[in-house]
Write a protein that binds this ligand. Structure first.
Ligand SMILES: CC(C)(COP(=O)(O)OP(=O)(O)OC[C@H]1O[C@@H](n2cnc3c(N)ncnc32)[C@H](O)[C@@H]1OP(=O)(O)O)[C@@H](O)C(=O)NCCC(=O)NCCS
Length: 161
């Protein structure tokens, strides 16, 4: 497995990983628009073009985890104005069959290293209510801003946890 920055050439594969992971990870929380290929693909096109979300700043990166020439997970982060934090995790998915093998941790550490090159300190991420995956962020020192958002005041602490 290797972790590499992604480009717009990866949009279709990233969209498929997002949809497959959502359907397998929390099927009861998924709405039809969450797993509609064209809707999600369009969202990725606007994200790579720095047109979404409205609260984002242009600086952004998506790291992909690749095994046997296929994307098996990714993390997308950008600088933000949301909640007066410096950065936001836009989307973070590992295929269900590859979860709990350390891939998410590897992706998060790549994102944190990139954030440090951008001189950012604080970070936030939106997360669905009632999902067990919250435990991942708590393990890495995230604190609840409210029931939908987890944040860190100092991303460097993630590397040390
Ligand atoms: C969250 C996610 C990206 C983490 O990726 P991952 O490759 O499974 O993470 P890791 O294997 O590095 O997990 C590291 C630790 O986080 C914790 N953790 C991860 N998933 C967990 C779960 N479902 N329940 C409880 N703890 C969990 C564990 O402490 C784990 O260490 P362990 O396996 O040694 O116990 C991945 O599980 C995923 O795609 N989930 C579905 C989508 C999602 O919820 N994304 C985040 C919200 S945007």
């Amino acid at each position: 497995m290797e972790i590499l920055p992604a480009t717009t050439n990866d949009i279709d594969e990233i969209t498929n990983v997002e949809i497959r992971s959502k359907m397998a990870s929390f099927p009861s929380l998924v709405e039809p628009h969450d797993i509609d290929f064209e809707t999600r693909q369009y969202r990725w096109k606007t994200w790579f073009a720095a047109q979404s979300p409205a609260t984002s700043k242009p600086q952004r990166v998506l790291f992909k985890a690749v095994a046997d020439n296929s994307i098996i997970g990714y993390i997308a982060v950008h600088l933000t104005t949301r909640y007066e934090k410096d950065a936001e995790i836009q989307s973070f998915y590992v295929l269900k069959e590859y979860q709990r093998k350390g891939i998410g941790t590897g992706l998060l550490l790549n994102a944190v290293n990139w954030l440090e090159t951008q001189h950012t300190k604080s970070l936030c991420v939106g997360i669905a209510k009632n999902t067990p995956y919250r435990a991942f962020y708590i393990k890495y020192g995230g604190g609840h801003l409210n029931e939908h958002w987890i944040c860190w005041e100092d991303v460097a602490a993630i590397i040390m946890s």
